[in-house]
Design a protein around this ligand. Sequence first.
Ligand SMILES: [Zn+2]
Length: 287
Amino acid sequence: MHIEQAYAQCMNDERIRSFLLFIFYFLIKSMQVFSLYEGSYSVDSTKKFIPFDPAKDDKKDRKGSLFIHIHPFLVQTSSDLILLDTGLGYRDENGQLILHNNIKKAGFEPQDVSLVLMSHLHQDHASGMVWEKEGKLQLAFPEAEYIVARGEWEAGYSGKSTSYKTEVFDILQRSGNLQLVEGSGSINAQVRYEHSGGHTEFHQVFHVEENDTHYFFGGDELPEPEQLLRKFAAKYDFDGKKAMHLREEYGSKAAQEDWICMFYHSTGAPFGKVEEKDGGFKVKSDQ
Ligand SMILES: [Zn+2]
């Protein structure tokens, strides 16, 4: 039989045709990434995050503050809808989670999320794991498995740092949706976690790979593209030197292996590929 004839026969058969379309759909649909931008905020020594709108607000009125942007990410693979970090859990004027609204805008429902991957549990990354509905705190992603590093979980509960909100953890602990992991390993064929330990002692980073596309989420080890371009050890990191070396390591590997990096606190493009040039890095926007 000629190939054209075989093709025509396949396309005439409704079952084969739908199967082929299904495969094609997944090949082109697989591995999409979305920034679920939660907004821009200022934070001072009280560790309260206050919405900051550059069009209305003036930085001079918020002396001693850091200004940050927050981008949780959504990655669709052929088998999962993955959320990477969950933001501050802020809501719109109708009481809806900004995160939920953005997931809907991307064409999904919050209950479609099957994995929530947590880099660490500081409040600007972990507060959106839960939300208050009808006066009750509950999981924001009830169908998802939440992947958290065991050491980070314990550090969060130890009460040594005010950057953690334990009332959020209580809901997750009682839910049965929590999966604690240690060190480095795989969740499934596409998703890997890697202990990094620079920003917090048990901080972890994630790789999501499928069909030659490789996404990397560095959480607060690689929060902004600019941080690849400067060498510095930051006081806000648990181990500033280690975090600095990790940034270099991730930058080199990203360039060599063509990773798409997701930058959680980026003020510009939230994704990018990296080029290594003359001993430094260049980040190209990938949006
Ligand atoms: Zn942090």
